[in-house]
Ligand binder design. Sequence first.
Ligand SMILES: [Zn+2]
Length: 167
Amino acid sequence: MTGNLNGGGRGGGGEGPCGACKFLRRKCVRGCIFAPYFDAEQGTASFATIHKVFGASNTSKMLLRLPLHKRLDAVATLGYEALARVRDPVYGCVGHLFSLQHQVMNLQAEIAHVQARLSMFQRLSLVPPQQMQQPPFDLAYNNEYPMEPTNLDVVWEEEQLPQTVRH
Ligand SMILES: [Zn+2]
C-alpha cells in the first residue's frame, strides 16, 4: 500500500495533500482530520462520494465527535452509505437491506417448504429411518434412496412453490 506512505496516517506535512484536501483543492495542514483515512490515491474518489452526499463540513464534524479509534469505522460506514445513496438516491443502503430481507424471507419459505416435504415423506415411510437425520439435499444424490432424483424434481414442479419463493 503506497497510500500509507503518501499522507495516510499523517496530517499533510510536505508530502502533498491528503485525498480529501486534494479533492477540496485546499492546503492539507498538519493534523488534517481527513488525512489518516483518505490517502492521495484511492482516498480522493471515496472522499468525493462522501462529500457529494454528506458534505465536507458535516463529515469533519461527525469525525470530530468520535474518539480516534472509532473514526476509521465511521469513515468506512460513511463511504458505504454515500455510495449506496449515489446508486439509489431514494432508498440508499435501505434498498440493500430490503433486498436482503426479501432474500431471507424467500429462503425461509423455501426451508419451510422443504421441511414440510421431508416430514411428509417421513410420514409416508418413503425414507428409511437411518436416513431421516440427513438434510433433503443428500436424499436426491443418495443411491439408496428409493425415489429417483428426477421424481423429486417433478414433485417440486407440480406442487408450485409458495408465492413468496417466486421472483
Ligand atoms: Zn488533508
